[in-house]
Design a binder for this molecule. Structure first.
Ligand code: 3PG
Length: 213
């Protein structure tokens, strides 16, 4: 199965910033138990590569991405630990060229028509739309679909259980990213039961929106 199809089925990719390596296994286990076996580990914290490595070892079937990639060095670290996909908040041409070299599933960030135009020029047809809510992305993506019907999106930034359905119903939205499912405060307080519950609510909602695809 292509990765994009898997993103579509999952509907929401939990975006997670680990601050302690002890949080990693219980968080991944809670997401899996809740029915959402995917995670984007952000490089906002310096244990990101170690966390990806650990998840790949413990849960080899989980879809594990590297997020908030800002530098070539971070992409190299993520490649070394076996990340399945790579996400950047912005449209960084250096990282896109590097991704080509390694044939990576690389999802750059776009938030304007010019960036979408440039992505298509580089034959990229799946981008993160960031920051979604701050850019009024529910309207913005629908408007972009006019001139750019071939572009596909993963809106991220301000997505919640309450607004996710509106996003998933927009044409060309493959999935969304969101940090509320396994938030830093839930992990730091050891509330992995709530992480599991959040994942379960998301999985049920995605199923009700998209059926059993
Ligand atoms: C990201 O890093 O992709 C976003 O900041 C996540 O946005 P959220 O915290 O609003 O879900």
């Amino acid at each position: 199965m292509g990765l994009e199809k898997r993103f579509y089925e999952l509907g929401i990719i939990p975006v997670v910033a680990f601050s302690d390596i002890e949080e990693v296994v219980p968080t991944a286990q809670a997401l899996i138990n809740g029915g959402l076996p995917a995670i984007e580990v952000t490089f906002r914290t310096d244990i990101a590569a170690g966390a990806i490595h650990l998840i790949k070892q413990m849960f080899p079937k989980m879809l594990v991405g590297a997020g908030t990639l800002l530098s070539i060095d971070q992409v190299e670290q993520a490649i070394k630990v076996g990340a399945d996909f790579f996400v950047a908040p912005g449209f960084n041409a250096d990282l896109i060229t590097q991704a080509w070299e390694y044939d990576l599933m690389f999802i750059p960030g776009c938030a304007t028509a010019s960036e979408v135009d440039e992505a298509l020029r580089m034959n990229i047809k799946f981008v993160k739309f960031f920051p979604a809510e701050a850019c009024n992305a529910r309207k913005y993506i629908s408007a972009l679909n006019g001139p750019y019907p071939q572009m596909n999106y993963m809106p991220t930034g301000g997505i919640s259980l309450e607004n996710m359905a509106e996003y998933l119903e927009i044409d060309n939205v493959v999935c969304c990213g969101g940090s509320w499912i396994a938030s830093s405060s839930l992990m730091q307080s050891g509330n992995f039961e709530q992480v599991r519950e959040n994942a379960k609510q998301v999985a049920e909602k995605v199923k009700s929106i998209r059926g059993n695809n």
